[in-house]
Ligand binder design. Structure first.
Ligand SMILES: Cc1cc2nc3c(=O)[nH]c(=O)nc-3n(C[C@H](O)[C@H](O)[C@H](O)COP(=O)(O)O)c2cc1C
Length: 363
């Protein structure tokens, strides 16, 4: 058995302890299927899909690979029950969550044999999630892309690993085999990566937008609350600087304009937007103006990831973007990470061949 075969591999039924995370507008069927086919675990970024789109995406992944994959859910989405029903019907391996799921949702999925895996940014959240019975946890450090916390991976990951007994997956800043070994050394059972998978051949993000990412340095990102109220790491652009400077009214005006355009483009209604914002209000103590912005935030990612228009959209990213300068295929990326991890182990433990990891076997 490979030295890198952790208990996460057994839990998910995959060759390598490498997860491609759910990314709205980015991890569609093509990227997810490529990851799972290459021995990692792909997750559909489904929170920005309608239910019919989700059904098509699941069918498309299944047509491309017979390997297991997951679906990303947002616990406060108005049609969550419908989405859960599809995961159950389609026997999807795992549900990941952009936010803390309720005990009921976790119980329902588990009863149907579906694994649950939320992302957390703080130890106490990991403890809460473990207590409601999730199967694994992604611990994302502050350097990670999209919504993110304050604690860096180097501090969060060991803290979470010490706090819970279920498998922990490190996220935020990972891109190579050395990082994988570092995560295992902290006690994690694998790594999860967003930005690194966004910058691959199979990612459908427009080439001009990928170029912008590749040109960004480690200091070229910023964490802002001005997109949807929660701290989100994005590439620093003129639009973000403008949002940071704008007053509340101006931001709301801009958000409403975008929101109505988005509803038109996706065949939705203004009433639907309001309903979405009100459903979110049940879970988050934010003013309605902020909730409207939050309900609209996917529109701003769509503008870049689908339309290729960074001047009107946002570019969620991890700081790791600053050390990425090429666009490999997913298979080449995963093979390279594994080869690099094995070489790192051999370097750390030169007297043995590439199976020196008795101490890592328990992770
Ligand atoms: C473009 C982009 C979109 C994202 N969208 C989502 C999402 O829809 N749901 C979610 O749970 N996390 C989302 N994230 C966070 C990632 O799933 C992942 O946790 C994060 O990128 C890990 O940090 P890294 O970028 O340093 O690898 C997104 C991240 C990026 C870069």
């Amino acid at each position: 058995m490979s030295a890198l075969h952790t208990r996460l591999c057994d839990l998910l039924g995959v060759r390598y302890p490498i997860i491609q995370t759910g990314m709205g507008w980015v991890s569609g069927a093509r990227l997810t299927a490529a990851t799972s086919a290459a021995g990692g675990f792909g997750i559909l970024g489904a929170v920005t899909m309608t239910i019919p789109e989700l059904e098509i995406a699941i069918a498309s992944v299944k047509a491309k690979t017979d390997q297991p994959f997951g679906v990303n859910l947002r616990p406060d989405q108005a049609d969550l029950d419908g989405r859960v029903a599809i995961l159950v019907r389609e026997k999807v391996k795992l549900a990941s969550f952009a936010g803390p799921p309720s005990k009921d949702v976790v119980a329902k999925l588990r009863a149907a044999g579906i694994l649950t895996m939320p992302t957390v940014g703080a130890r106490r959240h990991a403890e809460k999630m473990a207590a409601i019975g999730v199967d694994a946890i992604i611990a994302q450090g502050g350097e990670g892309g999209g919504h993110t916390g304050e604690v860096p991976t180097s501090l969060l990951l060991p803290e979470v690993c010490d706090a819970v007994t279920i498998p922990v997956i490190g996220a935020g800043g990972f891109h190579d085999g050395r990082g994988l070994i570092a995560a295992l050394a902290y006690g994690a059972s694998g790594i999860a990566m967003g930005t690194r998978f966004l910058l691959t051949q199979e990612s459908t993000v427009p080439g001009t937008v990928k170029d912008l990412y590749v040109q960004t340095s480690v200091t070229g990102t910023v964490v802002t609350r001005h997109i949807d109220g929660a701290p989100q790491r994005v590439i620093r652009t003129d639009l973000i600087d403008g949002l940071e400077r704008a007053g509340r009214l101006r931001r709301l005006w801009r958000a409403l304009g975008n929101a109505f355009r988005f509803r038109r483009a996706t065949g939705g209604t203004r009433l639907g937007l309001l309903r979405e914002a009100l459903a979110m209000q049940k879970h988050q103590q934010l003013p309605l103006s902020q909730l409207l912005m939050a309900a609209n935030a996917p529109m701003m990612t769509r503008a870049t990831m689908i339309e290729g228009r960074p001047e009107v959209g946002i570019l969620p990213t991890g700081q790791v973007v600053g050390v990425i300068d090429e666009l490999p295929t997913v298979a080449a990326l995963i093979d390279r990470i594994i080869a690099d991890a094995e070489a790192t182990l051999a370097r750390l433990h030169p007297s043995s061949t590439v199976a020196p990891t008795a101490s890592l076997r328990s992770v």
